[in-house]
Design a protein around this ligand. Structure first.
Ligand SMILES: O=C(O)C(=O)C[C@]1(C(=O)O)C=C[C@@H](O)C=C1
Length: 116
């Protein structure tokens, strides 16, 4: 079996260069994901406040079903596992719903504390 590992802890310089190049791209992609998620959460915080003020429920399952259908299809076209895409969206939405619930609670508490 051929190996690029010299056995003394050194890695073939060509392999090291390729690994570093790929890791640079991974770091850029991870940074983009973080920035995109931050923007998404800025939007959902506004949705949370709008829902709280107008007493709308934190979760909207019909909307979620549409998002999942759309994301699964985008994932398939992009050759990404659609089950993973669905799990990832559900993970994010669960966090958003927790934020919405907190905003609704805070809004209700500050209304209750208003002088009549
Ligand atoms: O669109 C909404 O109503 C939202 O509150 C946003 C969002 C989302 O994160 O995409 C979160 C919760 C809802 O169940 C559906 C979607």
């Amino acid at each position: 079996m051929t190996t690029s590992n010299t056995g003394n802890g050194d890695v073939d310089p060509a392999v090291r260069a390729e690994l570093d190049r790929l890791r640079d791209s991974i770091d850029n992609i991870d940074a983009a994901v973080v920035h995109m998620l931050a923007e998404r959460f800025k939007c959902t915080q506004q949705v949370g406040r709008l829902k709280a003020v107008h007493q709308l429920p934190p979760a909207d399952q019909a909307r979620e079903a549409r998002q999942i259908t759309r994301l699964r299809s985008l994932a398939e076209n992009a050759k990404l596992d659609p089950a993973f895409a669905e799990k990832f969206l559900n993970f994010i939405i669960a966090e958003v719903i927790r934020h919405h619930e907190r905003i609704a609670e805070d809004t209700a508490n500050s209304k209750a504390a208003e002088p009549s």
